[in-house]
Design a protein around this ligand. Structure first.
Ligand SMILES: [Zn+2]
Ligand SMILES: [Zn+2]
Length: 445
């Protein structure tokens, strides 16, 4: 059978999710070209088979198969989803070496997106500025990148530039622009954009846009209005929508509303350990110990397990993974010693360990161990390793699978100040850029 026909069949299997059959056919093919390899590579990537995709890419490299823009874009998207910056940079090097630069807007946009997602927003901008025929996906990648990094001003400047260049925004653009407005507290402008979205651009608001509106109103302290937006939503509000209001309650210290929202979250998602922690924290703050104990018991009875917190950092091209309380790393002693030393120094700047978050990570501990247990939060272990291992003054990038707790947030701000380091933490929803004692999120997350 001709190779082109084979390729079509492999792609057909891939597009209906029959990866095993696609792979079988691919392995039987006597003649394969770049398109054949791409077909199976795209299949793996779509099927979430990340390791297999990387192995296949390596095989292609070893078999001297010519890469094209699609091969490169697929593998760069994978690096972005794995938050593997050093790998992504290597592939970027290969793109340049193979002469694929400026060959495809899809490939260049994939690079912008990869750099932004992996925490290297300045590099994303350098690549973005070199893209020749920017399309809406390219603009969105950069605007969303800025917005997720808390660089709202830059996001809004770019949004204006995009319009001047005659590109029409779409629903993705509006999500980032609304987020940027709420972050900068430009509530009127945000409201105007949300109206213009439908009236001028005929983009209908989806649940995500409503969440952005909740965030916008919440930031401005208009909690009742934010609650009204949620209650008027045509579809059942998602956990993330209530979550947006919750963040606002915390910042604006509205305990009644916080309790109301926590109850909604509890009903919506009773197996989520985060919601138990949240309720427990609210009762702890109010000194209602009986309720705190009730919640602990409820978690035991319902078998709710706390999500294990994991953080990771890339050092010398290798991912170093930390679990909370973990003492498995070969440099454990040095890591803990650095943390204890840093804690002493930041206490001098007024840091008071906030032990209300203990339940999040450690069960049944005595009061004396509380402070030590805060040191053991996985992101702090990763940051400490970064401080020890990375060259002086270099940026530290840590990724985390859960939202950061407020004690780690406070501690990291101060650590960035005393060590004079730029520390970037990704916590599933946004990047926190810690620099000189401040965070780009403005303590809002
Ligand atoms: Zn923490
Ligand atoms: Zn922050």
């Amino acid at each position: 059978m001709h190779v082109i026909l084979h390729n079509v069949m492999v792609s057909a299997f891939v597009s209906c999710g029959r990866i095993d059959e696609a792979k079988h056919l691919f392995e039987q093919m006597k003649e394969r070209n770049t398109a054949s390899w791409n077909a199976i590579l795209v299949g793996y990537a779509k099927g979430g088979l990340k390791v297999e995709s990387f192995n296949l890419f390596r095989e292609m490299h070893e078999a001297d198969v010519e890469f094209d823009a699609l091969t490169m874009a697929t593998i760069i998207n994978l690096c972005a989803s794995l938050l593997a910056l050093e790998h992504g940079e290597k592939i970027h090097g290969l793109v340049i070496k193979k002469g694929h630069v400026n060959s495809s807007v899809v490939l260049e946009t994939a690079l912008v997106d990869m750099y932004a997602k992996c925490g290297a927003i300045e590099k994303a901008r350098i690549v973005f500025d070199m893209v020749n025929d920017k399309n809406i996906v390219s603009w969105n990648a950069m605007i969303t990148g800025y917005s997720k990094h808390g660089y709202s001003k830059e996001a809004l400047i770019l949004y204006e530039k995009m319009q001047r260049e005659g590109i029409y925004p779409n629903e993705v653009t509006f999500l980032s622009v609304l987020a940027a407005y709420s972050h900068t507290g430009l509530i009127e402008e945000g409201l105007r954009i949300s109206i213009s979205m439908l009236e001028d651009y005929e983009v209908e608001a989806k649940a995500e846009h409503d969440s952005c509106m909740v965030d916008l109103l919440g930031h401005a302290g208009l909690l009742e209005d934010a609650k009204e937006v949620i209650e008027k939503m045509p579809i059942e509000p998602q956990v993330s929508t209530w979550g947006a209001l919750l963040g606002a309650c915390r910042v604006h210290n509205d305990v009644d509303m916080e309790r109301f929202v926590a109850n909604r979250l509890f009903e919506l998602d009773p197996q989520n350990p985060g919601h138990y922690v949240l309720m427990s924290n609210i009762y702890t703050a109010a000194g209602r110990w009986k309720e705190v104990e009730d919640i602990r018991q409820m978690m035991k009875i319902k078998g709710v397990r706390k999500d294990p917190g994991i953080s990771w950092i890339e050092i010398n091209n290798e991912l170093q993974i930390f679990h909370a309380v973990s003492k498995m790393h070969p440099q454990t002693e040095e890591i803990y010693c650095t943390l204890r030393h840093l804690t002493l120094r930041i206490k001098g700047l007024g840091y008071i360990p906030d032990t209300t978050f203990i339940l999040q990570n450690v069960e049944d501990i005595t009061k004396e161990e509380e402070e030590e247990s805060l040191l053991q939060h996985s992101e702090r272990l990763a940051i400490s390793l970064g401080l020890i291992s990375l060259p002086e003054k270099s940026t530290i990038r840590v990724f985390k699978n859960l939202q950061t707790c407020s004690d780690c947030h406070t501690a990291t701000k101060l650590i960035s100040k005393i060590t004079d380091r730029h520390i970037i933490v990704w916590d599933t929803n946004r990047f926190h850029h810690f620099e000189n004692g401040e965070c780009s999120c403005g303590d809002y997350w």
